[in-house]
Design a protein around this ligand. Structure first.
Ligand code: NDP
Ligand code: MG
Length: 383
């Protein structure tokens, strides 16, 4: 029996993970879960999965849950998330909160030598250098990527030696506005941006997909996870979202992973690896129904999220922390209709220009750059 902790159990990845577990109750036990605002769903999940530890984001939620489950080990807020990262009983911790808020719990789990099923890409973008350093120090700990592209790269990298890798090729659906030009993007509404053609996901990542910032975050995530130079990380638009990514080797062979457009496979693989198991939770892929697979160049001039990410990644240090933090607040401001769609790029660009990057030597360096950027963006764009 493997004990699973899920940070962000109320989200899109979190609920998909619980579906994976639901189909394998004799193999997986839910030891801890966390939600932020959605305490009602947390209560349902407690009833169904009976976790020993729970963390919740709001005082109101805390009171209601405490009243209903007085015996439960219940924690609150950011400290609560961190506590869940420290549990000895955990075998695998799925980090599926949205945003850099997941970083402290991830750090704690590495220090405890756990397997981390990493969905929370913002953690690797904000502080990948530090996470990598910790992984070298705490050798029992490991990260198995859950992000579909990185899961595909992880799987495709098993086919050859790392020193023989020529390129990592990350596929992108192209988001909601593929093919559109700047003029057509000026008056995009929040509702438009939340309609993703292929994937059903949380709000923040759906907006990130429409700006291609998500792909930018993924380029940085790939660099940090696999320690491959930015010159060897390429992005190709693949609207069908069937090829989840590819590795090109020195002999020009391309090894890809294909699958249904569904996060349950990468989630389950991160739980069972190196085993591959059948499950009712998993969709099959019918190639006859898929038909044609197409590939095209990304439009990095219109969708500047990708070019800004390469720029931040190549500068390195805290610049990727700033890229991520500026984007998180820009998306929040866009959703509150305080800035326009294309201004998301301006926020990121200006925040990067305003920042003098530092080498990342500790968690404090990361959190400081993150916090300063958030404040700076609120002050300059949040009025
Ligand atoms: P959702 O928005 O659906 O869920 C986010 C989860 O995080 C919810 O459980 C939410 O709680 C919780 N949360 C939000 N803010 C905070 C906070 N400040 N403190 C603590 N918890 C918080 O996001 P997704 O599931 O779509 O994405 C989660 C992560 O996985 C992201 O990093 C995303 O980039 C990554 N990812 C997602 C994919 C997908 O298909 N969805 C694919 C690849 C990666 P509540 O709802 O209770 O408020
Ligand atoms: Mg992805």
């Amino acid at each position: 029996m493997k004990n699973i902790t899920i940070l962000g159990s109320t989200g899109s990845i979190g609920t998909n993970a619980l579906e994976v577990i639901r189909q394998k109750r004799d193999e997986f036990n839910v030891v801890a879960i966390s939600g932020h605002t959605n305490y009602k769903l947390v209560i349902e999940q407690i009833k169904e999965f009976n976790p020993k530890y729970v963390s919740i984001g709001t005082e109101e939620g805390y009171k209601v849950i405490k009243k209903e489950f007085p015996e439960l080990n219940l924690f609150l807020g950011r400290e609560g998330l961190k506590k869940l990262g420290q549990l000895d009983e955990t075998d695998i911790i799925l980090t599926a909160v949205s945003g850099v808020i997941g970083i402290e719990a991830t750090v704690e789990a590495i220090k405890k030598g756990k397997r981390i099923a990493l969905a929370n890409k913002e953690t690797m973008v904000a502080g990948g250098v530090y996470i990598r350093k910790l992984l070298k120090e705490y050798k029992d700990a490991e990260i198995i990527p859950v992000d579909s592209e990185h899961s595909a790269l992880f799987q495709s990298l098993l086919a050859g030696k790392k020193e023989n890798v020529k390129n990592l090729i990350i596929t992108a659906s192209g988001g909601s506005f593929r093919g559109k030009k700047r003029d057509e993007l000026k008056n995009i509404t929040v509702e438009d941006a939340l309609k993703h053609p292929k994937w059903s996901m949380g709000k923040k990542i759906t907006i990130d997909s429409s700006t291609l910032v998500n792909k930018g975050l993924e380029v940085i995530e790939a660099h940090e996870l696999f320690e491959i130079d930015y010159d060897k990380i390429k992005v190709v638009v693949h609207p069908q979202s069937i090829v989840h990514s590819l590795v090109e080797y020195e002999d020009n062979a391309m090894i890809a992973q294909l699958g249904a457009t569904d996060m349950k496979l990468p989630i389950q693989l991160a739980f069972t690896y190196p085993e591959r198991e059948s499950s009712k939770a998993l969709d099959t892929l019918d190639l006859m129904k898929v038909g044609a697979l197409t590939f095209e160049e990304p439009d990095m001039e219109t969708f500047k999220g990708l070019s800004l990410a390469y720029k931040a990644g190549r500068i390195g240090g805290t610049m990727t922390t700033v890229f991520n933090a500026a984007n998180e607040i820009a998306v929040e401001l866009f959703m509150k209709e305080k800035i326009k769609f294309l201004e998301i790029y301006d926020v990121i660009e200006k925040a990067m220009e305003n920042h003098i990057p530092k080498e990342i030597d500790s968690l404090e360096t990361i959190l400081e750059a993150d916090e300063k950027t958030r404040q700076w963006v609120y002050e300059n764009f949040g009025k």
